[in-house]
Structures are given as structure tokens and as C-alpha cells.
Ligand binder design. Structure first.
Ligand code: PMP
Length: 306
């Protein structure tokens, strides 16, 4: 990865290499940390903007609340910290990773006195699944791993521990020659990918699974609003993998993955085998929106300049 100069660590800017923790850090042992993935883009006016900053930070605090971790900063502190970290690193476009974790102290699964520590790192990060994926689409395989049931791990919390499940699924998919894993919920319905929400398009209607077992993705939320604004019908409804096989189009979305077309699922070619018309339209409009080229959604951008 391409590093930057400073990391915000509990309110202070420290050089990247010195942002260290003890090996007895609690979260390292038990996987209980909460984090966000946010993107900043260069905007049409020559500046930059963070996309849906407040909503991401609100989700971070909700994740912490779900996990019963008290972050000793306000949401405003973290928003300001993010803008400060971008500016001090002179990063006009890239990825932002706030993370709150349980520090060293007591061991065992009841860390009532350990400190809750927070970092914000930023770095340049291009297309998560590759530039070609954004154009051509990706090949996907249904995972042998099931997405988390809400009584096993809470999927509304962006908790580090949830990503052990994602890593297992992603490793399996890549080892089998695919780009990404499609994960089903405990009842066998399509839920999400290892770090993306999913949409399909069938007979002109756009469909995405309801929030029951999936992360409440901000890209998902933005695309639903954007698509409805463009006149598309969007429904949040469970669907099975055979419905996906016979969809006209399908795509994954997420902060990192942006809008990535799916061209194949379990050896079945989706639609024409490349990005469909609706997918291309939404992808184009999404990139316009995050780059400040759509004034209707200017309220989703927090502008900054270097
Ligand atoms: N689902 C999972 C499991 C994820 O990790 C992500 C990425 N945060 C998403 C969906 C998409 O969420 P967002 O659009 O907010 O990045």
C-alpha cells in the first residue's frame, strides 16, 4: 500500500511509522474493533470533497454503540480529525480509515477497563477490484461460507470480527479463480459480498436485498436515492441465487468497490456478459455525484482544499 506521512492517533497527528500499539492490544486478540471506509474525491471545482462524511462517522459511532464500546471523542471531533488528516497529508483523493479499538489492559472477553483508542489513516487507493473490473465487470462465485446471522454477529456494526468471515470467503473465491464471493444468508437468500452490497436489474426493476443480514451500505443507500431520482423503480426484496443467474444485469457497490458490474455468477453469464445499460448509467451518475458534478447531491459532500 502507498502510505502517507501522518496518522491521527487519539487526537494527535503522529508520523505513520510511529503509530504503533502494544502486541497485547485487546482487539488484536478478540477481533472487537469498529471501523469505517470512506472516500475523498477531487471535485469539478478544483478542490476535493469527502463523500457522506457525517453518515460514515455516524455509522462508526453506531457500530461502537452496538459493540458497547464508548469512543471518547464526539462525532464532530472525528469528522474534523478526518479533514485535518487529509489536509496534513496533502491527499486530494483517496481512502479514509477511522478505526476504534480496545487497547491493552485486561485480557479475556470482558474488557471493562481497557481504553478505547481511535486512529484515522488516509492513503491513495484506486479501484478496489481493479480498473478493468469497473469497465468489464467481474466473475463471482457463491461462497461455501454463509454470511453472518444477526444473532451470531451483528451485521449493522462494521466490526473487525465480521471480516474474518469475509476473508475466508474471499480467499476461497480467489483461490478458485474468481474475483469475488457471493454470500448467502442463513436461509439461503442472497445477502452481500465480502465488502460490497449487491443489486440486480430484471425487467427494468432494480432489486437489492433488505437490510436484515447485510451492512447498511452508504453506497447502497446513495444508489437507491440516485436511481429513484433518475426515474428507476427500486425495490428492497429478498432474492435467490437463481433469480440472480437470470437477471439482465447485476452489480456490487461499496465505498471501495464503487459500482462494479458483475458479468458472471457460478459460470452463468449475466445478461450480455459485460456491464449492462442500467449499471453503466448508475455508475456514471455515481461518479458524477462523488466528484461534485451533480448539484442536487451537494449536501452529501464535505469540501476541503489543500
Ligand atoms: N457490505 C460489507 C460487508 C462491507 O464491508 C461494505 C463496505 N463498507 C459494504 C457492504 C458497503 O458499504 P459502504 O457502501 O458503506 O462502503
Amino acid at each position: 500500500m502507498q502510505t502517507t506521512e501522518f496518522i491521527w492517533f487519539d487526537g494527535k497527528l503522529v508520523p505513520w511509522d510511529q503509530a504503533q500499539v502494544h502486541v497485547m492490544t485487546h482487539s488484536l486478540h478478540y477481533g472487537c474493533a469498529v471501523f469505517e471506509g470512506i472516500r475523498a474525491y477531487k471535485t469539478a471545482d478544483g478542490g476535493s470533497a469527502v463523500f457522506r462524511l457525517k453518515e460514515h462517522v455516524a455509522r462508526l459511532f453506531n457500530s461502537a454503540k452496538i459493540m458497547e464500546m464508548e469512543i471518547p471523542f464526539s462525532e464532530e471531533d472525528v469528522c474534523n480529525g478526518i479533514l485535518e488528516t487529509l489536509k496534513v497529508n496533502k491527499l486530494d483523493e483517496g481512502y479514509i480509515r477511522p478505526l476504534s479499538f480496545i487497547g491493552a489492559g485486561a485480557m479475556g472477553v470482558h474488557p471493562s477497563t481497557n481504553p478505547i483508542q481511535t486512529i484515522i489513516a488516509v492513503w491513495p487507493w484506486g479501484a478496489y477490484l481493479g480498473a478493468e473490473a469497473l469497465e468489464q465487470g467481474i466473475r463471482v462465485k457463491t461462497s461455501t461460507f454463509t454470511r453472518l446471522h444477526v444473532n451470531v454477529m451483528m451485521t449493522k456494526a462494521k466490526t473487525s470480527g465480521n471480516y474474518a468471515n469475509s476473508i475466508l470467503a474471499k480467499r476461497e473465491a480467489v483461490a478458485d479463480g474468481y474475483d469475488e464471493a457471493l454470500m448467502l444468508d442463513t436461509e439461503g437468500y442472497v445477502s452481500e459480498a465480502t465488502g460490497e452490497n449487491i443489486f440486480l436489474v430484471r425487467n427494468g426493476v432494480i432489486k437489492t436485498p433488505p437490510l436484515t443480514s447485510v451492512l447498511d451500505g452508504l453506497t447502497r443507500n446513495s444508489l437507491i436515492t440516485l436511481a429513484r431520482g433518475l426515474g428507476y423503480e427500486v425495490v428492497e426484496q429478498r432474492f435467490t441465487r437463481d433469480e440472480l443467474y437470470s437477471a439482465d444485469e447485476a452489480f456490487f457497490c461499496g465505498t471501495a468497490a464503487e459500482v462494479t458490474p458483475i458479468r458472471e455468477v457460478d459460470r452463468r453469464v449475466i445478461g450480455a456478459g459485460h456491464a449492462g445499460e442500467v449499471t453503466k448509467h448508475l455508475q456514471k451518475e455515481y461518479f458524477k455525484l462523488v466528484r461534485g458534478e451533480n448539484p442536487e447531491y451537494a449536501h452529501w459532500l464535505d469540501a476541503y482544499s489543500l
